[in-house]
Design a binder for this molecule. Structure first.
Ligand code: DGL
Length: 272
């Protein structure tokens, strides 16, 4: 393993690009190899066994690129397969749950934290269990928001859009009523709905975005292990998907917040 090797980042689809956006900001000199399992998305509605099998295949593909670290930029994989990946991968691994939970306990003042994610993430109670370990006595309010994923994938994210506002209100009403002062966006699709969520929850609620916290955590791990790339020259990411790359550019721009030089290649993930 060498410091110039890439960081492998993956997600069930393109949501993980919201984390890549933060990696490019925090670690511009690192090469990012991203895999989005667009042929099998969504993971959030599938069984534990299926999600774990997919996660093993996704990381096996990334390992063919000699990556020095693997990041599951997916709340669902981190929640359901994080233990398996941490135990079996021969390179440093992080998901999004732990870095995000650390930040949430530092931020909350009233010890009431909300968590939103996919159905699989919420039913695993991954965030709740982690938060309770880090802050005994914390009150955690979890809510699955499955319709947020297709809203984001279809670009229905404008804070003034009536459909966006209605879905946000429908899901978040109980969380607003519970008086949380901190809300974890526990799915990497959700930062794209940040404005609409913030409008509904109000200024007093701090939203925690898993992408930024995970990028900062990865930087810390690489630095501790002497694996940060010493060169200051920015490097362009490489993207791989398991379904057609047609239309990737437009969606990638939405998630990355900018147009950027990149390559995108379709692979057969069932081979791994
Ligand atoms: N990006 C995935 C996550 O963070 C959600 C999409 C899915 O259900 O696969 O959980």
């Amino acid at each position: 393993m060498s410091s110039s090797d890439a960081i492998g980042v993956f997600d069930s689809g393109l949501g993980g690009l919201s984390a890549v956006k933060e990696f490019l900001r925090v670690l511009p000199a690192e090469k990012i190899v991203y895999f989005g399992d667009t042929g099998r998305v969504p993971y959030g509605t599938r069984s534990r066994d299926t999600i774990r099998k997919y996660a093993v295949q996704d990381t096996a593909f990334l390992r063919t690129h000699n990556v020095k670290m693997i990041v599951a930029a997916c709340g669902t994989v981190s929640s359901v397969a994080g233990d398996l990946l941490r135990e079996t991968l021969p390179v440093p691994y992080t998901g999004v749950v732990n870095p995000t939970a650390y930040t949430a306990v530092r931020v909350t003042k009233n010890r009431k934290i909300g968590v939103i994610g996919t159905a699989a993430t919420v039913s695993s109670h991954s965030y709740k269990l982690r938060l309770e370990k880090l802050m005994p006595g914390v009150q955690v309010f979890e809510h699955a928001c499955p319709l947020f994923v297709p809203l984001v994938e279809n670009g229905i994210i404008d804070r003034n859009d009536e459909i966006t506002k209605a879905v946000v209100a429908r899901y978040l009403k109980p969380l607003r009523e519970s008086g949380v002062d901190t809300l974890i966006l526990g799915c990497t699709h959700f930062p794209l709905l940040r404005e609409a969520v913030s409008d509904y929850m109000g200024e007093g609620v701090t939203l925690i975005d898993s992408g930024l916290e995970t990028a900062l955590y990865a930087a810390k791990v690489l630095s501790e292990q002497g694996l940060l790339n010493p060169s200051p020259v920015p490097r362009s990411p490489e993207f791989y998907v398991s379904d057609t790359p047609d239309g990737f550019k437009a969606v990638a721009e939405l998630f990355l917040g900018r147009d950027m030089e990149h390559t995108v290649t379709q692979i057969d993930i069932e081979q791994y």
